[in-house]
Design a protein around this ligand. Structure first.
Ligand code: SAM
Length: 423
């Protein structure tokens, strides 16, 4: 029975890999396919698929000498999963090889590859686990690596790849008191006030979850709202708000917050989070491009490539190929232009994206500054606790990268800038 369950989880992991690598779908879109599995198997399947995607380049390097010709994608994914189980999960070789052979035998068009899978994984199990630690960090796919090397240079990209391979810890934003959240969760407070947990386990079981003392938010993602520095009673618009980490920060600061997002489903999560944390905001489902009103301060967290979140979402560079980035860059520019019409004179706007691509960050701000003589960058806004002056860019924004804070567990890639609108 136990053995069958493990086969079920491994089979589901291979199906997830097929979904990402063959069909170009994100893991978040595929999770629903696991609904029939018991929760332990579901978690195991997701974990196995995520670790395999995170180390895909290394798994392929290990397999290459043992394959005269690359087999079809499904067989390749079964082999990749086997390599990861042997080299990362350190599972016993007989169980890994038997499971892989069983899975390859389950599908008619791959069943004839049982012998190859058996032979390759047996040979991998003899040499690879020891060699694994000597491999370079897995590289991201070329379509993304190339523009990022152009933007940051080869050595920075190598450091970012080291950070991606490590994955991400769990970061919490305290509702009010950092010290008590640090103590309650046994976490460590980072210089910017985020509390970081290395081995969190199930989030809803952590102390302070039910009482809404904190919410999950990467340390980098917590900075745009800190830079906006909303004041009690100020009228603040959170554009593109769901799932609501920044809405919660703005509401916790005592601002009068309107949170707008086009996704009804995601906005239901914003309301749930507000309720859990005992905070209030006006939650509106709408297209921000059509939304009207006047505000003292605006936070625009525009939809983007999400390339800054790859350490958390290793499926992203495989499910995407960059073909939709032009549309996103255009949408960001339109949202930014519209947002500026909603700010009161003398007000401020923080623009941000969880992207590593300068086209979605620095270039958007450069364009706005060229087009509007009444708008300037608020350099003083970046003067907040824990922000390293080295992170400040030429035009006055903040460029955050996964390779920053390497000894503390890194941070997501992010860009943000605070714009001032003249009176
Ligand atoms: C980067 S996420 C926002 C994350 C959020 N600010 C937070 O901190 O939790 C981008 C959001 O933009 C929303 N979005 C995309 N196009 C939109 C539009 N035209 N109008 C409103 N929201 C939109 C998506 O539904 C998504 O929730």
């Amino acid at each position: 029975m136990q053995q069958n369950q493990h086969i079920a989880a491994r089979l589901a992991a291979v199906n997830l890999l097929d979904g990402v690598l063959q069909d170009g779908r994100l893991m978040s879109e595929l999770i629903g396919t696991l609904d029939k599995l018991p929760s332990d198997d579901r978690a195991r399947a997701q974990r196995l698929a995520m670790v395999t995607l995170r180390h895909l380049d290394s798994a392929d390097r290990v397999l290459k000498p043992f394959l005269k010709k690359k087999p079809d994608q499904r067989v390749m994914n079964i082999l990749r999963l086997g390599v990861i189980e042997l080299c990362v999960q350190k599972e016993a070789s007989h169980g890994v090889v038997n499971a892989a052979v069983t899975i390859v035998g389950k599908t008619r068009h791959t069943a004839h590859m049982k012998g190859l899978v058996n032979a390759v994984l047996r040979r991998v199990s003899e040499v690879a686990p020891e060699e694994w630690g000597k491999l370079p960090s897995p590289q991201m796919p070329k379509w993304l690596r190339k523009p990022l090397i152009e933007a940051y240079g080869n050595s920075t990209i190598q450091k970012i790849e080291v950070a991606h391979a490590k994955g991400a810890p769990l970061d919490l934003t305290p509702k009010s008191d950092t010290k008590s959240v640090e103590k309650q969760t046994d976490g460590v407070a980072l210089p910017t006030g985020t509390v970081r947990l290395q081995d969190a386990g199930q989030v809803s079981r952590l102390p302070g979850y039910d009482t809404g003392d904190w919410w999950i938010q990467d340390a980098a993602a917590a900075l745009p709202a800190r830079i906006l520095n909303a004041q009690p009673g100020e009228k603040v618009l959170d554009m593109c708000a769901a799932p609501g980490g920044k809405t919660l920060q703005l509401a916790a600061a005592g601002a009068d917050v309107v949170a707008v997002d086009i996704s009804e489903k995601r906005m239901a999560r914003v309301q749930e989070n507000l309720d859990r944390c005992g905070l209030e905001a006006d939650v509106v489902v709408a297209d921000v491009l059509e939304y009207q009103g006047k505000f003292d301060a605006i936070l625009l967290d525009a939809p983007c490539s999400a390339t800054g979140t790859m350490r958390r979402h290793p499926d992203l560079p495989y499910a995407k190929d960059g073909s939709d980035f032009g549309t996103l860059i255009n949408l960001q520019a339109r949202m930014l232009q519209h947002a500026l019409t909603l700010v009161n004179p003398g007000g401020r706007l923080v623009y941000c994206t969880c992207s590593l691509l300068p086209d979605e960050g620095e270039c958007q701000i450069d364009d706005i500054l060229q087009q509007h003589s009444n708008i300037s960058v608020d350099h003083d806004a970046l003067n907040i606790q824990g922000v390293d002056p080295d992170w400040i860019t030429q035009e006055g924004g903040l460029r955050l990268r996964p390779d920053f804070w390497p000894d503390q567990g890194g941070m997501d890639g992010f860009y943000m800038a605070c714009l001032k609108i003249a009176d």
